[in-house]
Design a protein around this ligand. Sequence first.
Ligand code: HQG
Length: 180
Amino acid sequence: MRRRITDTSRYLSYVLRHAPGAIGLTLDREGWADIDDLIASARQAGHTLDPRVIRAVVEGNDKQRFALSVCGQRIRAVQGHSTDAVTIQREPALPPERLFHGTATRFLDSILVEGLRPGIRHHVHLSEDIAAAAQVGQRHGTPVVLTIQSRQMHQQGYAFYLADNGVWLTGPIPKTFITT
Ligand code: HQG
């Protein structure tokens, strides 16, 4: 079961965040997909999804990456999108004094010149705690955690959003707000 949960979680991340069109799935602007449509589109693309496994992925996910609608008929990724099909409307939020961004040492030179960029995603992702940021960085190589002066940015007009799973989101971060 664990293996199926991991596989399904990866697959859902791919189609719900990045490439719904790859399986002919339509998401609304808020990122929601009808679960029956999702299962049917996946099947046509040669991938079998089990509704019980989908539910287990949503409920058991370590990072709460996905959410079900109140009626239980729809599913979405709560953050991390790159697809242009989705623009989740979020209320701007007041960030804490500092937030943390985990990255890899090999990106440092570039980041300290260019600042942090969202890359293919819609936002730069930030964590409230250093350990969580270090785990994010580890995905890319030897991790390093950068400190972001988030309250100062906010005071200067930069918008911040808090995703339902506690990940902070913002736009590009100029280097002046970043310390190693
Ligand atoms: C780096 C995971 C060079 C940036 C995590 C990062 C997160 C630059 C990489 C979520 C740069 C992009 C997002 C610059 C940024 N020069 N490198 N100017 N600006 N970078 O995966 O933040 O497990 O798109 O530091 O938990 O690593 O998928 O972003 O290393 O919340 O749910 O470019 O993905 O969530 O990598 O991760 P990513 P991320 P899930």
